[in-house]
Write a protein that binds this ligand. Structure first.
Ligand code: IMP
Ligand code: MG
Length: 176
């Protein structure tokens, strides 16, 4: 597999994002909602660069089974109840691809009456977008390709790698 973004590039970018978000939310409390499972590593790195009062929750979204093809439905497992009401929410995930899962989750959140909702993803994958949405903050943009590492998986493999790699078709055969 080829490294696309090394851990040191990622660290620099996360620090930069942390500074930007800190500046944008000065004087407010920020309510970070991490998306499991892919967002776990990015959330844990990002929050260490937020110089703000921060609360953290996690929800589980699944729009992908064990393949990289999206299904039509997005399953949302959210136990935050109505604590998001009146709060400034930052949704943090690994990647925005079609935009389908975050659109579904944002709609679900809006119904609970938050003060604001913004989106931060480590990767903005642009070429397969089907929804009218963009991340408010992102680390790196890519046009296409399937990537793994730094939380991103292929069939539950590779999530724990510290760098981000492009998965080649031959890697998929070897690691189903
Ligand atoms: P979306 O709803 O199409 O934006 O898909 C978002 C989810 O698809 C992400 O949170 C990932 O779990 C998964 N996904 C999309 N592209 C990739 C990729 O290149 N590698 C690994 N997972 C991906
Ligand atoms: Mg995900």
């Amino acid at each position: 597999m080829k490294v696309l973004f090394s851990n040191s590039q990622i660290s620099e970018k996360v620090e930069e994002l942390g500074k930007k978000i800190t500046a944008d939310y000065q004087g407010s409390e920020l309510f970070v909602i991490g998306i499991l499972k892919g967002g776990f590593m990015f959330v844990s790195d990002l929050v260490r660069h937020l110089d703000l009062p921060v609360r953290i929750e996690f929800v589980r979204l699944s729009s992908y089974g064990s393949s990289d093809r999206p299904e039509c439905e997005v399953k949302i497992i959210d136990e935050t109840g109505d604590i998001v009401k009146g709060r400034h929410i930052l949704i943090v995930d690994d990647i925005m691809d079609t935009g389908q899962s975050i659109v579904a989750f944002k709609k679900h959140l809006q119904a609970k009456g938050p003060a604001s909702v913004k989106i931060c993803t480590m990767i903005n994958k642009t070429c397969r977008r089907t929804q009218d949405i963009e991340p408010d903050y992102y680390g790196f943009a890519i046009t296409d390709g399937f990537i793994v590492g730094y939380g991103l998986d292929f069939a539950e493999s590779y999530r724990t790698l510290p760098d981000i790699y492009v998965l080649e078709p031959s890697d998929r055969r070897d690691n189903p």
